[in-house]
Design a protein around this ligand. Structure first.
Ligand code: ADP
Ligand code: ADP
Ligand code: SF4
Length: 576
């Protein structure tokens, strides 16, 4: 509504008398002729609404598999489900994972880039893929012989579609198999609960159950880890692997790379520019695929999609850091309703990131709030109060406030000005003018992370910063947290269930143990090795390091490596 056609007036091609930027006839929006555009890059810089992206590709990806319209998103190539295997997909949001999923499930007939010719059947698609792998698949899809079952990404939307009990929901799909699926996912106790009363983690497990109860040839699992703690993630991964039989396949999209690695037999990378274009890479073995993703280089396509590779530090180097105390506490305990938390005496050092590990409902938030002086201990007394900034697990939008107004209110002047540390790495400038309540979940998360990290407080607490972020954003947030702690006199506590994220950001670890909802205890800060050993021992898994990237990888249970590490009591390797 506010567009005043500045792009059209300034485009050098238009100024020379040609119709490069024109008005489209239906919605009267600006339209760019991709033939006439020289890619000079003027219009994206001057559009006051950031509505234009111009990308000069140095690779010809050929015709897309699907395009939503002129100047709209286009997807090149498709991931390929393989019988008897879990094929993982790693990549940024907005690069067409859902579009690919719609095409493979038969919900969207691909137009092969010819968006002005509406496709009503698969004739053209079958012609295009004659003699290729996808031909058989499209042939079955066109004959309705390819059944699919989908675990959607946004499980929080399920209560809007179903208000009955979990049992009613599961029985409506398959009564006979409900008991075994409920047992495998550990949801027997919530079967009588109404769906709208479930927590996020419970909804995730119910969504997995619904998906598994449908008989299908291909199961699409979109982000199974959201809302789940590490133990639940591993259980979900085992469950998903159980869906694979000789005649069935699983395609899984996941941003927790340790989990994706554990879950998958093969990997496709998805890269491109969110909302602009997406490319699906050829298929790789899991280890190679994830390493290529971290490297930022699609080997077979000979395309670098990130300027810098992501590498992991040798953790033992961090143990040698100096310990200058910011805050110390004596042993204390806190009661919250039925729940009791016991904390050992401990100390938080300056210029370190302390990872906080443990299941849900075990007192992590209670502990953090006690340190911040928001809760008074039942026994024991914290000697000093300290200014703390806190990002809660569930971030909220403030109505009638722009991102810029919110950040001005929360961030210190210095942080706003040192843009290279915080604002730019988190890609916030393009969000400044937006109202907070129009942001996506991932955008809101990044804004809150910046507001908390950029506050003047010396003690920063981030509760589940990886939630709702895609893999690339997680890597950026992890790097940003490290940059802040290296540059400023701060201590940052991070609670998260993404193991690779925690491995990357943490100098030391606080370890929570106990019974969910009843009692919890906290140990530490412990060095990375002791902390991770404690956690992994509880989980019964061992972790090694990839030789090239030094990223953590879960050993296959019962494998030689797993047994060796368990026997040596080395559940977690600090070195590659
Ligand atoms: P992902 O699942 O990887 O986040 P999607 O496949 O949902 O990506 O979407 C990729 C891009 O395609 C989106 O950013 C959006 O701009 C565009 N898109 C999706 N659906 C439509 C549609 N029906 N019409 C026009 N553009 C769409
Ligand atoms: P975590 O952060 O590890 O998920 P919390 O510290 O939020 O765990 O909660 C631990 C337990 O304490 C939970 O079982 C929760 O139900 C209970 N609890 C938390 N706050 C209160 C409260 N204000 N009143 C009663 N019980 C509470
Ligand atoms: Fe015109 Fe293309 Fe330059 Fe934009 S990038 S101003 S459309 S020539």
């Amino acid at each position: 509504d506010k567009c005043n056609w500045l792009c059209q007036r300034k485009c050098p091609v238009n100024r020379s008398g040609l119709d490069c930027i024109t008005q489209e006839t239906v919605k009267f929006k600006a339209q760019i002729s991709e033939e006439l555009c020289t890619g000079c890059g003027i219009c994206p810089k001057i559009c006051p609404f950031g509505a234009i992206t111009i990308i000069n590709l140095d690779v010809d990806w050929g015709a897309p598999i699907h395009s939503y319209g002129v100047n709209s998103f286009r997807l090149h190539r498709l991931p390929f489900p393989q019988k008897g295997r879990v094929v993982g997909i790693v990549g940024r949001n907005g690069t067409g994972k859902t579009t690919a999923l719609y095409i493979l499930s038969g919900a969207l007939i691909p137009n092969l880039g010819k968006y002005d010719e509406k496709q009503t059947d698969y004739t053209k698609t079958l012609e295009e893929f004659r003699g290729k792998e996808l031909h058989t698949l499209f042939s079955s899809i066109s004959k309705h012989q390819h059944s699919v079952s989908i675990k959607p990404q946004m499980v929080e939307k399920i209560p809007k579609a179903f208000s009955g009990s979990v049992r009613e929901l599961l029985h409506s799909i398959n009564t006979e198999k409900t008991p075994s699926v409920a047992r495998d996912l550990g949801i027997e106790k919530i079967l009588e609960r109404k769906v709208p009363q479930l927590s996020g983690g419970e909804l995730q497990k119910v969504a997995l159950a619904v998906c598994a109860l449908k008989d299908a040839q291909t199961y699409f699992i979109d982000e199974p880890s959201s809302y789940l703690d590490i133990r639940e993630r591993l259980r979900a991964a085992g469950f998903i692997r159980g869906l694979v039989r000789d005649s069935t396949s699983v395609l899984a999209i996941e941003h927790d790379l340790v989990l994706l690695d554990y879950l998958s037999d093969n990997i496709h990378l998805m890269f491109g520019e969110p909302s602009v274009f997406g490319v699906v890479s050829s298929v790789h073995g899991t280890r190679e695929g994830i390493n290529l993703y971290l490297d930022g280089y699609a080997k077979d396509e000979n395309y670098r999609f990130r300027a810098h590779p992501i590498t992991f530090m040798d953790k033992s180097a961090r143990d040698k850091k100096k310990q200058i105390p910011l805050l110390s506490w004596p042993a204390f305990n806190v009661k919250q309703g039925e729940f009791v938390l016991n904390a050992e005496a401990g100390m938080l050092p300056i210029r370190q990131v302390i990872g906080v590990l443990g299941p849900n409902g075990i007192g992590k938030t209670t502990f953090i709030k006690t340190l911040a002086g928001l809760i008074t201990p039942t026994e024991g007394e914290l000697p000093q109060k300290i200014a703390a900034a806190y990002k809660p697990q569930h971030v909220e939008a403030i109505p009638n406030m722009t991102v810029d107004e919110f950040l001005r209110e929360r961030m210190g002047k210095e942080s706003r000005e040192s843009k290279h540390l915080l604002v730019e790495p988190l890609h916030l400038p393009s969000l400044y003018e937006k109202q907070m309540d129009t942001l996506s979940g991932g955008e809101l998360q990044r804004v809150h992370i910046a507001a908390t990290l950029g506050s003047d407080a010396q003690l920063i607490l981030l509760d589940e910063p990886s939630a709702m972020l895609d893999v690339e954003q997680r890597l950026q947030v992890a790097k940003t947290i490290r940059n802040i702690v290296e540059a400023q006199e701060k201590t940052i506590l991070v609670v998260d269930h993404d193991l690779m994220f925690m491995d990357y950001v943490s100098d030391q670890l606080l370890l929570f143990e106990g019974d969910t909802g009843m009692k919890g205890s906290v140990r530490g800060p412990l060095n990375m090795e002791d902390g991770m050993n404690g956690l992994l021992k509880q989980l019964g898994i061992t972790v090694r390091r990839d030789q090239n990237t030094k990223r953590p990888r879960i050993n296959k249970p019962g494998s030689v490596k797993d047994m060796e590490q368990k026997n040596a009591n080395e559940y977690y390797y600090t070195k590659a």
